[in-house]
Design a protein around this ligand. Structure first.
Ligand SMILES: NC(=O)C1=CN([C@@H]2O[C@H](COP(=O)(O)OP(=O)(O)OC[C@H]3O[C@@H](n4cnc5c(N)ncnc54)[C@H](O)[C@@H]3O)[C@@H](O)[C@H]2O)C=CC1
Ligand SMILES: O=C([O-])CC(=O)C(=O)O
Length: 326
């Protein structure tokens, strides 16, 4: 299968390559191009699929009125010199299974695709989306040997966006008024922080009772599972793509936004050598600062539980990868 080339470009462009042209990858390609952030290369193992998605997105340009190039390929050489690589390759979960159950298949896909992509774009920033998120981000970092500030996982923005949405729906106010923060791992143990969640600066505890907050926290923790249960054959992809696009935008436009992302912790929050979700400053260099929030004893304990599970899962993933090599 031949790949399409960037034919009508006469100057070097900003390029985002997305590995995995499935639901998340293709929706992200649409967001990045239609926001005019970068040209996009979509890579998948299935021949014809990424080429078809790319052509469909290109044919939307007449209506959308943007000049961004979108290319589909099965060849990593076409992703060369990308500014950002997004890894969205791998299987999603089905009803009744945990994100951790995906390790067996996704560990190999993520490590191999990250290595191949970075071999062609050694200066790129790597954003991992594949689940289980914090585990896959660690494996991709180790497999590529990239400096830690150039590797990050997307989850906290999605989880925080869900929490913000549920707060806005409950109060019947505009989402524009809501700030909410979710830390920790992208799974059942995630740590939504009502204390750091506000309606135009007013703590949510002044706007709703403890029982309501607990219900919204619970719905946030199960935000992904609720969608999987409804759709049966897919997990969420619109909100995940929007959340990933926010990271791409903050990096490419050097916005220095403070966003919750899965980043390497080297002692911050009392955690060593793990990727976990915490607020960080995202700019042109990648992760430019890790922000340490003051946590209560209960919040700290919940955060540590996330770390324990992610560490165990990393060990499990490494054992699987090592066995696969024998
Ligand atoms: N971090 C987060 O918050 C979220 C993570 N996810 C995760 O993102 C991943 C992708 O989800 P969807 O796009 O919905 O799945 P999907 O099944 O629609 O797409 C996955 C794509 O990866 C491709 N693929 C598989 N192996 C590959 C390889 N070796 N190289 C290149 N491409 C390969 C498949 O052909 C498929 O097109 C899943 O692991 C899912 O759990 C999804 C939503 C949110
Ligand atoms: O639920 C899933 O498996 C996909 C995901 O991570 C999310 O939507 O939060």
């Amino acid at each position: 299968m031949t790949s399409i080339n960037f034919t009508n470009l006469n100057c070097p462009s900003t390029r985002v390559s997305i590995i995995g042209a499935g639901k998340v990858g293709s929706t992200l390609a649409q967001r990045v191009a239609e926001k005019n952030l970068a040209d996009v290369v979509l890579l998948d193992i299935v021949e014809g699929w990424p080429q078809g998605i790319a052509l469909d997105l290109m044919q939307a340009r007449g209506a959308e009125r943007h000049d961004r190039q979108i290319v589909g390929t099965n060849n990593y050489a076409d992703t060369a010199n990308s500014n950002i690589i997004v890894i969205a390759a791998g299987i999603p979960r089905k009803p009744g299974i945990n994100r951790e159950d995906l390790i067996k298949i996704n560990a190999k896909i993520v490590t191999e695709s990250a290595q191949q992509a970075i071999a062609h774009s050694p200066e790129a920033i790597l954003i991992v989306v594949t689940n289980p998120l914090d585990v896959m981000t660690y494996l991709a970092w180790e497999a590529t040997g990239l400096p830690k500030h150039r590797v990050m996982g997307m989850a906290g923005i999605l989880d925080s966006s869900r929490f913000q949405t549920f707060i806005a729906m409950e109060l019947g106010v505009s989402i524009a008024e809501i700030n909410a923060t979710v830390l920790g791992s992208h799974g059942d143990l995630m740590v939504p922080l009502p204390r750091y969640s506000t309606v135009n600066g007013i703590p949510i505890a002044q706007m709703m009772d403890a029982e309501t907050i607990a219900r919204l926290v619970d719905r946030t923790r199960n935000g992904g599972a609720e969608i999987v249960k409804l759709m049966q054959t897919s997990s969420a992809y619109f909100a995940p793509a929007s959340s990933t696009c926010l990271m791409v935008e903050s990096i490419l436009l050097n916005q220095s936004r403070i966003l919750p992302c899965s980043v390497y912790l080297n002692g911050q929050y009392g955690v060593q050598d793990l990727f976990l979700g915490v607020p960080c400053r995202l700019g042109y260099q990648g992760v430019e600062q890790v922000i340490e929030l003051e946590l209560s004893d209960t919040e700290k304990a919940a955060f540590m539980e996330c770390g324990k599970l992610v560490r165990q899962s990393i060990e499990e993933a490494k054992a699987i990868l090592n066995n696969a090599q024998i």
